[in-house]
Design a protein around this ligand. Structure first.
Ligand code: FEO
Length: 170
């Protein structure tokens, strides 16, 4: 059902999603050291989201009768000069994810795989939300730069984030 080229490309993206999870878990560790528990929570939820993205692709590869191939990962970055820098790095990372998902969709179209195109549509939509969320937080952080009380308020807001599993019919 899937060409070897498509299986390899989705396998690469599975690896990238797990690596994304690793990056956000490392950002959580950074925020834990900064006494910003809300931002640490936000990064931990992001970690869980990335794990669920990887798992969704993992299941798709298995369901189509193919094998997932996992590889080692590079060490994630661990130090940031400010909360703003960490979220800017997160946004840059999501922009890379978006371009990778778009390239996967292009490949699925070239390979005429309707199943892969329908499957990837969920990720195309998800990336719009991922970038918008990061942009929104960056805008707020820029507004309060240097204002400790403002930072605490953003931290309290980000503490409210909870993990919502991907619906089974998605
Ligand atoms: Fe799995 Fe944040 O993209």
């Amino acid at each position: 059902m899937l060409s070897d080229k498509l299986v390899d490309a989705i396998n690469d993206q599975i690896q990238f999603e797990y690596h994304s999870a690793f990056i956000y878990k490392s950002m959580q560790a950074f925020f834990e050291t900064q006494d910003l528990p809300g931002m640490a929570n936000w990064m931990n939820i992001q970690f869980q989201e990335e794990m669920s993205h990887a798992e969704k692709m993992f299941d798709f590869i298995c369901e189509t009768g193919n094998q997932v191939v996992l590889q080692g990962m590079d060490n994630p970055h661990r130090d940031y000069t400010s909360p703003l820098e960490a979220f800017e790095v997160a946004l840059e990372h999501e922009q890379i994810v978006t371009s990778r998902i778009n390239a996967l969709m292009d490949l699925a179209q070239q390979e005429k795989s309707h199943a892969a195109q329908i499957f990837l549509q969920w990720f195309v939509t998800e990336q719009v939300e991922e970038e918008a969320t990061a942009n929104h937080i960056i805008a707020k952080l820029k507004r309060v730069e240097g204002d400790g009380r403002g930072l605490i308020m953003i931290d309290q807001e980000l503490a409210q984030r909870t993990f919502v599993p991907i619906a089974a019919d998605n």
